[in-house]
Design a protein. Structure first.
Length: 134
């Protein structure tokens, strides 16, 4: 039996070609299509073309997992990265099954991108790269 993996919150992963990069960000009464840039157990970093969206109304983010369907995860908050077309969506409390499926998705469909410290109080740069692995 394989040991379960618990990734540190400061480890971020880039999706492989097996994980579709297009994701759905559900807000208010509609959904926005965005591009998955990085994934962690803490949240997702997305690239978007949305203008005028009220990011405080974002409720969930949905990733399509080939062979597994959609993985919808609750969003507690969002913050800017300093780049106008990027946003960090921070997960709300995940259920045991959501957390397990997220860890499995990272394990099977992502590559380690580096460690980035989470600076929740910093609105200019909430993700400060500590070490990026080439």
């Amino acid at each position: 039996r394989m040991r379960s993996l618990n990734y540190p919150q400061d480890h971020w992963f880039s999706p492989s070609d097996r994980l579709p990069k297009n994701i759905l960000v559900h807000h208010a009464d509609s959904a926005l299509q965005a591009r998955l840039s990085l994934l962690s157990v803490l949240g997702v970093l997305v690239t978007h073309q949305a203008e005028g969206i009220n990011w405080s109304t974002v409720t969930t983010v949905s990733l399509y997992i080939e062979g597994g369907g959609f993985l919808s995860l609750p969003v507690a908050s969002t913050c800017s990265t300093g780049e106008p077309d990027q946003r960090v969506l921070v997960f709300d409390k995940l259920s045991k099954s959501q957390a397990s499926e997220l860890r499995e998705t990272i394990k099977c469909h992502c590559f380690f991108a580096g460690q980035m410290q989470w600076n929740a109080g910093s609105s200019t740069d909430p993700l400060a790269p500590e070490q990026i692995v080439a």
